[in-house]
Structure formats: C-alpha cells, structure tokens
Design a protein around this ligand. Sequence first.
Ligand SMILES: C[S@@+](CC[C@H](N)C(=O)[O-])C[C@H]1O[C@@H](n2cnc3c(N)ncnc32)[C@H](O)[C@@H]1O
Length: 233
Amino acid sequence: MQIDVITLFPDFFTSPLQEGLLGRALVKEIARVNLVNPRRFALDKHHRVDDEPYGGGVGMLLKPEPIFSAVESLSVLAKPNIILLTPQGQPLNQPLLRKLSTEYDQLVLICGHYEGVDDRIRHLVDQEISLGDFVLTCGEIPALALINGVVRLLPGTVGKIESLKSESFEAGLLDYPQYTRPSTFRGFEVPEVLRSGNHQAIEKWRYQQQLKRTQERRSDLWEKWLKSFQSNK
Ligand SMILES: C[S@@+](CC[C@H](N)C(=O)[O-])C[C@H]1O[C@@H](n2cnc3c(N)ncnc32)[C@H](O)[C@@H]1O
C-alpha cells in the first residue's frame, strides 16, 4: 500500500510513524508513507499556500494551485483513491477503513489547515472523509488516524489475524472485557470463568459480554446488529 500525504507539516508525522505496530509495519514495508509539502509547489517567491476568502470572513484558506500541483506530481498506481480530510466528509468507521485497506493500492490524503481549503480542491478528490463531528485545527490528526487504522488491517501488521475479529465494530459489536494478571487487584476480581480453562464457557461468556456491552453503551450499533442478526436467521 502506497500512502501519499499532502501536508504543510511533514514533521507532525515523524514520531507517530516510527512508534509501535505502525512503525514496525512501515519498516517491514507493509505500507509506504510519502510526505509531500505543497509549499514546494507554491507559485510565488514567498511560497504562499494560503490566502483570504472571497467575500470576506475570518481566517485563511489553502489555495488550490499548490494542492493540485502536489497531487499531480505523484506517481499513480493502479487503484488510487484521493481523499480530502474534512469535517464535512463521510464519517470514518471500521467498515470504511476495511474498504480503504482492501480496495486500493494507493491512498492520497490531503490535509487542510487554517479555515479550510478552497472548495475547488473538491474537484481533485475521489472522496471526503471526516474523523467525526468535531473540528480540529488541521487534517494531520485525521490523516494519522486513517493511516493507523488502514495499516493495522493490512496482512502482516498484527501478528494474529484472529485477534482482529472480535475487536470493537468488526462484527458490528463492541469488544468483550479483557483482563491480565494479577487475578485480584485492589479487591477487583477477574471473572471466574476466564480462569476456568473451559474454552467453550469462555467463548460463550465473551459473546454474551459483547452483546451486553453493545446494548448498554451503543443503542445505534445494537439496533443495527439486531436487524442484521434477525435477517440472517
Ligand atoms: C479548522 S478546520 C476547517 C473547518 C471548516 N471551516 C469547516 O467548518 O468545515 C481545518 C482543517 O482541519 C481538518 N479537519 C478539522 N476537523 C476535521 C475532522 N473532524 N475530520 C477531518 N478533518 C478535519 C480539515 O482538513 C480542515 O480543512
């Protein structure tokens, strides 16, 4: 997987792309991240990438020319997907991460800044994605979240592929509670069944916990899961 990031702040990515599972996956070349600064493509001698909005208003907008030129400078693979990170886009979720990790061999992520981007940049992109219903100062954090979530799903990043299956959202349910040693901590006990060695009972308990947690915490997911469970019966 090739991931090109159009960012005014390449240094933002240094540590997150080097640490932990993501860092190891990039060393193993499961994915390659290429950081491109649109300032290199600014047309004037001051390398300006932003300007005031037509019609007035507060803040500055990213100009279209450096972003178009930065994207057009990239080598294009067979199945690219050009994405603008924006709070106005499709909300990022696990099915969307899975789609991005399986249907494309190249993701181009455009990070906005300031008050946002000149709206004509939308003509350049295949898709707009939001990290959620809140506004951040920049697109770098959503881009990192997307990269982390996509690379995590690529074969070879996570040791045991089974460990992904019960995780929250994978089957439309939240994950079950998990515990490690010690078995008693400050009076809180690890549930007996998990120490029983009875794998069938453990499986059953975990599944029941997934149902319980989802029902208690996420009525939206629960309704959806119930509907698909009933239609698959
Ligand atoms: C301050 S925001 C601009 C918000 C824009 N004026 C609006 O209300 O839609 C600056 C940049 O941060 C990024 N950004 C902020 N919040 C985001 C979110 N929830 N999801 C994705 N990108 C976001 C986008 O790239 C955006 O262009």
